[in-house]
Ligand binder design. Structure first.
Ligand code: AP5
Ligand code: MG
Length: 213
C-alpha cells in the first residue's frame, strides 16, 4: 500500500500519516522530519535545508528527491509506505512516478487533507513538537498531559522555528503556488481522495479509513 498525504502546511498530514502507518503496518516517511533530524545532528544536508526551511521556502528538488528515493528503497518499504510532505512539486511527483514505473509499481492513494487557510495559522501557532521523538501536540486541541512535556518520551516540547506567524504565511503562499497543483495531478491519475481536515482528528482518520481498505 503506497499512500501520499497532500494538504497545506498544518493541515494534519503528519497527524494522520502516523495513524495510517500504525494501522497498516507501513513506515511513515516525512521529508520534513528527515530534514529536522539532520538539522538537529548538524549534518551538511541539515545546514543546507535549514536555509530554506527557516524562510518557509522549499528545499531544492535535487536534494529532496535523492533523500526520498534512498529512503523508499530501504527494506522496510517493501510492503509500502505513507509519504508525508513529499511530493511537494510537480517535478518531484514526476520523479517518484518514474522510479515507481521502473519497478512496475504505483501510488494507490493520494489523500488530500483539506483545511482552509484561516484555520491553518491558528493551528500552527498552537502546535508544540517534541524534538526528541517527533510527536506533535496542540495547546488547545491535543494538549499533552503535562504542559510543555512530551507524553511519549518526556522530552521538552518546542514551537517549531518555521511555525512563527510570518513564516507560516510564506509557507502557505509556497503551498498554493507549488504544491496545490498536485491535487489536479493525482486527480487526473484517478487516485485522489479528499477528506475534510477541519473536523476532529479521530473523525478525519475515520474518513480516511473508510477510503483506504
Ligand atoms: P513539513 O515538516 O512537511 O511541514 P508542512 O507541510 O509545512 O506541514 P506541517 O508538518 O507543518 O503540518 P502537518 O500537515 O504535518 O500537520 P500536523 O499533523 O503537524 O516541511 C517543513 C519544511 O521542510 C518545508 O516548509 C520545506 O522547507 C521542507 N520540505 C519538506 N518536504 C519537502 C519537499 N518534499 N520538498 C521541498 N521541501 C520540503 O498538524 C498541525 C497541528 O494541528 C498540530 O498541532 C496538530 O496537533 C493539530 N491538528 C492536527 N489535526 C487536527 C485536527 N483534525 N483538528 C485540530 N487540530 C489538529
Ligand atoms: Mg508534518
Amino acid at each position: 500500500m503506497k499512500i501520499i498525504m497532500l494538504g497545506a502546511p498544518g493541515a494534519g498530514k503528519g497527524t494522520q500519516a502516523k495513524m495510517i502507518a500504525e494501522k497498516f503496518g507501513v513506515p511513515h516517511i516525512s521529508t520534513g522530519d528527515i530534514f529536522r533530524a539532520n538539522i538537529k545532528e548538524g549534518t551538511e544536508l541539515g545546514m543546507e535545508a535549514k536555509k530554506y526551511m527557516d524562510q518557509g521556502l522549499l528545499v531544492p528538488d535535487e536534494l529532496t528527491v535523492k533523500i526520498l528515493l534512498d529512503r523508499v528503497a530501504r527494506e522496510d518499504c517493501a510492503d509500502g509506505y505513507v509519504l508525508d510532505g513529499f511530493p511537494r512539486t510537480i517535478p518531484q511527483a514526476e520523479v517518484l512516478d518514474a522510479a515507481l514505473e521502473k519497478l512496475n509499481e504505483k501510488i494507490d492513494y493520494a489523500v488530500n487533507v483539506d483545511v482552509p487557510d484561516e484555520n491553518i495559522v491558528k493551528r500552527m501557532s498552537g502546535r508544540r513538537a517534541c524534538p526528541k521523538c517527533g510527536a506533535t501536540f496542540h495547546v488547545e486541541h491535543i494538549p499533552p498531559k503535562q504542559e510543555g512535556i512530551c507524553d511519549s518520551c518526556g522530552g521538552e516540547l518546542v514551537l517549531r522555528d518555521d511555525d512563527r506567524q510570518e513564516t507560516v504565511q510564506n509557507r502557505l503562499k509556497v503551498y498554493h503556488d507549488q504544491t496545490q497543483p498536485l491535487i489536479d495531478y493525482y486527480g487526473k491519475k484517478g487516485v485522489l481522495k479528499s477528506v475534510d481536515g477541519t473536523v476532529e482528528m479521530q473523525k478525519v482518520f475515520q474518513a480516511i479509513s473508510d477510503i483506504i481498505k
